[in-house]
Write a protein that binds this ligand. Structure first.
Ligand SMILES: Cc1cc2nc3c(=O)[nH]c(=O)nc-3n(C[C@H](O)[C@H](O)[C@H](O)COP(=O)(O)OP(=O)(O)OC[C@H]3O[C@@H](n4cnc5c(N)ncnc54)[C@H](O)[C@@H]3O)c2cc1C
Length: 395
């Protein structure tokens, strides 16, 4: 695999083929740049291919993390327009089952108003009419515009549209080092696992979109980024126990969400912090917690047939120490220009955020990339309707 170091349009190499890298590849090619994206495994094989598939309304973050809540509701509304057909527009319920939940519900309802998230209170009878499998002792519920999507197919639409505009997508190409000269990143080198050959690609700028691996990738350029990989366990049960996204009406905690995905119900999630995103495991007590807590909002969780349990790591922003579980860390995102931060030019890192906010993360990053490369082109991903996911594999 080769790419010229210089040519009429600047060449950007993106490291990481999750949703963030996918949305960024599209944003940059629409602004006229040449893009090569390298991903060490199959595209979406990192955290992107392993989350709940919840299009956040932002309500989960409204009380404690308003910045992230606002990002989520803006993208929730925008993505429905540019990716029609990708979402099951099923809404979500926050369900209160004790007095403490109901007290939290008052704060949640007010915070939704402050962050622009449409919300309405439902009586127990109204909630049970919408979702008959809810805990029959519930005390009340709040309806919000959550939605669900296929975790892999939405990013595939960004990849497909980026490819149609000339982006080169290289799965199974693992970056193992950076080409650095005079404190400037000039490209990447690595191993193409399809051919078992080494490669080197020149670039005018390299973007690290490595999600929870971003710290490891940044270290190859001799810089540090404050990423805290924070895994969570997910449990898939056979049978669709609800049609809406069902959340417990309380501060974010273990096993407090049930997400319908096709004919499955996904119960999530736990949260802890690790140093190595390749070493997560699936702690048995976390799986048990999904059953115990999930069955408090939908009792049928307890007896639903087991399909699978797995874990994935959130790429949260926060240095070592100061975070015991990861729940204390914001879900917002940050773009690091390593020239401003570390004196290393030609290198930018994007991390944090949610799958829901991948497009916004890409827009912020592409603004930084274009400013650094002296390009004055507006973002077009707010209005560009995406190709279907099937177009990615079409010749
Ligand atoms: C348990 C859990 C549940 C979640 N649920 C939701 C949800 O329902 N809704 C939501 O909006 N968000 C959710 N999230 C958050 C969301 O999944 C992530 O924020 C998002 O997927 C991160 O995408 P990314 O592209 O930044 O990272 P990733 O998808 O991890 O992409 C980074 C990529 O970089 C690649 N890479 C690493 N090293 C190299 C290298 N050396 N060379 C080349 N490539 C490399 C990796 O293989 C990976 O594919 C959840 C997160 C977790 C952990």
């Amino acid at each position: 695999m080769t790419a010229p170091l210089r040519s009429p349009a600047p060449h950007v190499v993106i490291v990481g083929g999750g949703g963030t890298g996918a949305a960024l590849a599209l944003d940059l090619v629409l602004r006229g740049l040449r893009v090569t994206l390298v991903e060490r495994g199959e595209i979406t094989s990192g955290t992107t291919g392993r989350h709940h598939g919840l299009l956040h309304s932002g309500a989960r973050y409204a009380v404690n993390d308003a910045e992230s809540a606002i990002e989520c509701i803006e993208e929730n509304q925008l993505l429905r327009r540019v990716a029609p057909g990708s979402f099951e527009e099923n809404d979500g319920l926050f369900v209160g089952i004790d007095d403490e939940d109901m007290a939290y519900g008052e704060k949640l309802f007010a915070a939704c108003g402050e962050t622009g998230i449409p919300a309405r209170w439902l009586s127990p009878a109204e909630a049970l009419h919408l979702e008959p499998n809810l805990n029959p002792d519930l005390k009340g519920a709040i309806q919000v515009p959550d939605a669900t999507f296929d975790a892999m197919r939405l990013p595939l639409r960004w990849f497909a549209t980026a490819k149609a505009h000339g982006a080169v997508i290289q799965p199974f190409c693992e970056v193992t080092g950076m080409v650095v000269r005079n404190a400037c990143v000039m490209g990447v080198r690595g191993r193409d696992h399809r051919t078992e050959r080494d490669f080197e690609v020149g670039a005018d700028l390299v973007v690290n979109a490595g999600g929870p691996w971003a710290e490891k990738i940044a270290a190859m350029a001799g810089v540090d980024v404050p990423i805290r990989p924070s895994p969570g366990v997910l449990l898939a049960l056979r049978g669709r126990l609800c049609n809406m996204v069902v959340n417990r009406m309380h501060k974010s905690g273990d096993g407090d969400i049930v997400v319908p995905q096709r004919a499955l119900s996904i119960v999530g999630t736990s949260s802890w912090v690790v140093n190595d995103p390749d070493d997560l495991g699936v702690p048995e007590d976390h799986v048990q917690k999904m059953y115990d807590e999930g069955s408090k909002i939908i009792p049928a969780v307890r007896s639903a047939p087991f399909r699978q349990a797995w874990s994935a790591a959130r790429p949260l922003i926060g240095g070592p120490g100061g975070a015991d579980t990861g729940r204390e860390l914001s879900r917002t995102f940050k773009c690091f220009d390593h020239m401003e931060r570390d004196g290393v030019d030609g290198f930018v890192t994007i991390s944090g955020g949610k799958a829901t906010t991948a497009r916004a993360m890409a827009e912020t990053t592409a603004d930084v990339v274009c400013r650094k490369l002296g390009i004055d082109m507006p973002c077009l991903t707010r209005q560009t309707v995406l190709l279907p996911h099937t177009a990615y594999y079409a010749a």
